[in-house]
Design a protein around this ligand. Structure first.
Ligand code: ADP
Ligand code: MG
Length: 238
């Protein structure tokens, strides 16, 4: 069986500096796969490349059996790859509902869009309660919910989340993680980047540890969670 996403020997550079130095991993349909690693490891660069925002200098990306090498970013969204970016990037002056609609900008099925807005409100009731408010009035955690809801509006086959728990209180972080678990139980395929390795590995089917542009360790979420070197480096144990 071929995986939904296959990344092979991917290399990405900023000028002469190679930020991603030949990484390979795959994501099967229905799985949650996580990339963990310290700041600057190349996680965000990897996601931005998968989204078509950066062009690789080498390697292969196959999504649903199709090479993405020459596919522009908006076509990648249409193919079913959605990206909730690091830092969320919601539009603070637009309403919550209009932010959600933006996530559907490539769709023309009006009834389907309305149905999916309702689904986003079912998943995140606070967004429904405040649908007419400016998105900038939301708390950080609520803005993260909006960023995830917006990504889901493109009806993705694979949802990529870059540091969804960044800067959130422990309670809000738990809420976001619970939502990711709920999406998984609904069958969504997720590629998750997290600084909170404990939370990400607890939820993930597979994980990969990145260090300065390379994958240095891979395994099931449970194996990595109990791996001694991972516990020392990422789970604050000694
Ligand atoms: N726009 C950029 N221009 C130049 N270097 C960059 C840029 N963005 C990231 N980098 C560098 O690429 C490396 C990987 O960064 P990044 O992918 O953001 O890591 P992570 O998300 O794992 O923290 C780092 O050394 C970072 O300084
Ligand atoms: Mg990052």
């Amino acid at each position: 069986m071929t995986a939904l996403l296959e990344v092979e020997d991917l290399r990405v550079a900023y000028g002469k500096i190679e930020a991603v130095k030949g990484i390979s991993f795959s994501v099967e349909a229905g799985e949650v796969v996580t990339l963990i690693g310290t700041n600057g490891a190349g996680k965000t660069t990897t996601l931005r490349t998968l989204s078509g925002l950066l062009k690789p200098v080498g390697g292969q990306i196959k999504f649903n059996g199709k090479s993405l090498k020459k596919t522009p970013a908006h076509d990648i969204v249409s193919l079913g790859l959605a990206h909730s970016p690091e830092g969320r990037h919601i539009f603070p002056r637009m309403t919550i509902e209009d932010n959600l609609r933006l996530g559907a900008f490539l769709r023309s099925d009006k009834a389907g869009i309305e149905k999916d807005i309702q689904r986003a409100y079912d998943l995140f009731p606070i967004l429904g309660e405040r649908r007419k408010q400016a998105a900038g009035t939301l708390s950080g955690g609520e803005q993260q919910m909006l960023a995830m809801g917006r990504a889901l509006m493109s009806q993705p086959k694979l949802l990529m989340l870059d540091e969804p728990s960044m800067g959130l209180s422990p309670i809000m972080m738990q809420k976001i993680m619970a939502t990711i678990a709920e999406l998984k139980s609904q069958g969504m395929t997720i590629l998750l980047i997290e600084q909170n390795a404990q939370a990400a590995l607890s939820l993930a089917d597979h994980g990969h540890v990145m260090e300065i542009g390379k994958i240095v360790l891979s395994g099931t979420g449970q194996n990595l969670l109990h791996d001694e070197s991972v516990r020392k480096a990422y789970l604050g144990e000694d």
